[in-house]
Write a protein that binds this ligand. Structure first.
Ligand SMILES: NC(=O)c1ccc[n+]([C@@H]2O[C@H](COP(=O)([O-])OP(=O)(O)OC[C@H]3O[C@@H](n4cnc5c(N)ncnc54)[C@H](OP(=O)(O)O)[C@@H]3O)[C@@H](O)[C@H]2O)c1
Length: 375
């Protein structure tokens, strides 16, 4: 079958890996980038010249632009299918639409709640509406929405008492009286979002379900836990750490690294693994939602120690590292603990994560060291 993919958010971390993955599978890929005053295509520039890849301009907050881009992609998919008929019989055209576009930084969403809602929720709604208005049979157009484990937010806090003790800006969770099973989040865990970002993602998540149930769209949400990579945005805590460690490895006298809450626990995987899951969701018989994660959780403190270790440090605690806790970097409302259970994705999609935590950290540190050496 001839397949065309339309990716909103192609210039982001996941967009670039997903493009590479789909091109490798023989897809025609149309990436949507928004117009910016400085170039924003750094993560996909290496794909320029690929015959099956093209970039078009569009902004998910602009319904007219979204509807034009979706309609044009459907025309492209249709023409591609017509051409492929001369070579081999095919069941019909197929367009896969991936919505990865969002204001994706949780702390920034507290400063820009309206923009976050527009890009993250209304953007998704614009794409869903554009697909609905194509009015084609559901097997021909399939939709993936980038939902987030941040939607679970403080779900654990409703079931167990987490005692916080604040001292000099640091939060210590003294006890977590949870059973082992309760410490996971899966597709049946209730949502209790704790940021404008998570609320916008949850609204989009429900919109996907509604369009699936009410209009019969083939629509999936991937509830992805944190995933990082060498291409992670530089303002995210993991990348901030690995960039600092790479510089520190070359110059031990640099200013200390300023960080917020080191006790937050996250389930961290590699983005390259996670884009495989996005694609698999759209190859199923029907649209559905899946939690994608590693099943392991690590604190920011553990990430920090692993990053310094990758750069040759033998420090066993943060106190002996050049790190300062800065309470201004705390979020107004913190999500203490995320850890997923992806049994459903393993069973239905045949997906599993390949990159373990230590390797993820090592790859990010080494990549930033190479970048530091290049100046
Ligand atoms: N990485 C994670 O841990 C994680 C976990 C769960 C869910 N997610 C979600 O998964 C998606 C991909 O994540 P990511 O890590 O790749 O995020 P990212 O690197 O921040 O990429 C976000 C993408 O959205 C684009 N975008 C933002 N506003 C837009 C607009 N108004 N119109 C069109 N495009 C717009 C950005 O364009 P510019 O390049 O121009 O900024 C960028 O291409 C996001 O929706 C994110 O919220 C991520």
């Amino acid at each position: 079958m001839s397949k065309t993919a339309l990716i909103f958010g192609v210039t982001g971390q996941d967009g670039s890996y997903l493009t590479e993955h789909l091109l490798g599978l023989g897809y025609h890929v149309i990436g949507v980038r928004r117009r910016t005053s400085v170039p924003n295509t750094g993560r996909v520039d290496h794909l320029a010249g690929e015959p099956l890849f093209k970039l078009v301009c569009g902004d998910v907050t602009d319904a007219a632009s979204v509807s034009h881009v979706v309609w044009q992609a459907w025309q492209d998919a249709y023409m591609e299918w017509r051409r492929s008929l001369q070579i081999r019989p095919s069941e019909g055209p197929r367009l896969e639409v991936y919505n990865l576009a969002a204001q994706s930084h949780v702390k920034a969403s507290f400063d820009e709640p309206l923009h976050t809602t527009q890009a993250t929720y209304l953007g998704c709604l614009n794409v869903l509406e554009a697909i609905r208005r194509l009015d084609v049979r559901q097997e021909h157009v399939r939709f993936y929405q980038a939902s987030s484990s941040e939607m679970f937010g403080a779900a654990f806090d409703t079931r167990a008492r987490v005692i916080e003790e604040c001292s000099e800006g640091a939060i210590h969770w003294k006890s977590m009286s949870l059973t082992e099973r309760e410490r996971y989040q899966d597709e049946s865990t209730p949502f209790l979002p704790c940021s404008p970002y998570a609320i916008a993602k949850l609204a989009a998540h429900h919109a996907v379900r509604l369009y699936r149930d009410a209009y019969g769209l083939f629509a999936c949400s991937g509830i992805l836990h944190n995933h990082e990579s060498e291409r992670r945005g530089e303002e995210f805590v993991t990348r901030k750490i690995t960039k600092y460690v790479a510089r520190w490895a070359r110059d031990k006298s640099i200013e200390p690294l300023r960080l917020g809450n080191l006790n937050a626990s996250r389930d961290w995987g590699h983005a390259e693994d996670y884009v495989r899951a996005m694609h698999l969701m759209l190859q199923q018989e029907k649209g559905d939602d899946f939690v994608i994660c590693t099943g392991e959780t690590h604190t920011v403190r553990e990430f920090l120690l692993a990053a310094f270790k990758a750069a040759g440090s033998e420090a066993e605690n943060v106190e002996s590292l050049p790190v300062v806790i800065d309470s201004s970097l705390y979020r107004p409302s913190e999500v203490p603990y995320l850890r997923g259970d992806c049994s459903k994705a393993k069973r239905v999609l045949g997906w599993k994560p390949e990159v373990p935590f230590e390797e993820l950290v090592r790859r990010m540190v080494y990549s930033d060291m190479r970048a530091t050496d290049r100046g």
